[in-house]
Design a protein around this ligand. Sequence first.
Ligand SMILES: *Cc1c(COP(=O)(O)O)cnc(C)c1O
Length: 392
Amino acid sequence: MERGIKKFLSDREKNGLLRRLAPVVCLGTGRIRACGQEYINFSSNDYLGISGHPRLAEAAAGKLSPALGSSASRLMTGTTTLHQELEEKIAAFKGKPAALVFNSGYQANVGMISALCGKRDCVFSDRLNHASITDGIRLSGAGLFRFRHNDMSHLAALLREKRDRYDRVLIVTETLFSMDGDISPLEEMARLKEEHGCMMMVDEAHATGIFGRNGSGLAEEKEVTDSIDIVMGTFSKALGGFGAYAAMSRAMRDYMINTCRSFIYSTALPPAVVAADLTAVDLIKTEPYRRETLFENVRRFRSRLREKGIRAEGDSRSQIVPLPISGNTETMRLSEDLKRKGYWVTPVRPPTVPRGGERLRVSLTFDHTPEVLDRFADDISDSYGKERKDAR
Ligand SMILES: *Cc1c(COP(=O)(O)O)cnc(C)c1O
């Protein structure tokens, strides 16, 4: 037994696929300390630099007493008035009648999909959807059909071929893809959903707080909120807090409260966290300059890379900037090279991405200054150019 586990680990190590934890100390404004050295963090999802906002800390501190923990699950006494307030605020923010707060995005996806679908149902899921979506579908026992990434003609063909064999049918996608930085064709997907009588769920984990006139996400920007049955997202990325939400109809909310096991059988988020999340949603409204600066950073960095002849992937507006590099060892080498220059960019390797899809995933944030971005692009160009030549 133990031998099998050791062999698994040594095989992974040999193939450059062994994952290790790297404890970091957060130094604020986009910098971290790890292994005794200081780095500029290009792997953070704190896109708006809100997690270090003094108002978040104040809000949380105000709710630390009389108790840190919520002490019970939501259906017992874990639903505080703060939870209720946050759900009302999110519903209004997302333009839906109701919302439910979850302990994490992972739990939200696994729980809601498995509550919604069963053996007689099926799910059409983008091939590159997040693991939490795939795990929810697997747990549900529903049929799974994966359509090619963002390919609506493939989805349409699958729907025509398979839809009628199932009762309830769910189409699910991320809106801004977490590893690819591209945006799903939500309008066309919503049209197909109506045409084939399906339900639709979107994951706005990386779009919440950034896209749309009010910053609520891409469903808002593309004006498809009404067609989408469940709009979920997290408080843990651009909102700088913790936990997750799903906005939906009142009936859907009641259904989830009664059936969603990851919601029912887990202790509610601590009031301090909920208070910070509430403040974070307010900051999206009151400090829009954060996302404007982020977009400015995205334009600056992407065009600098272009000038250097480096092809970055993803949507031109996306703060997630994937740099494709084939091969684990090459990806690791480039990441190490950039570390020596003071940048922390975690390499992304299988199974998070498909084999051959290894990459450096650069995330840009509000905290990166123009000088840092320019220097980083130039340093990438030096390292990347070298890597390319070696690879040939
Ligand atoms: C991060 C992420 C999640 C999980 O959210 P957590 O709150 O971190 O558990 C779900 N979906 C996507 C697309 C994500 O990127």
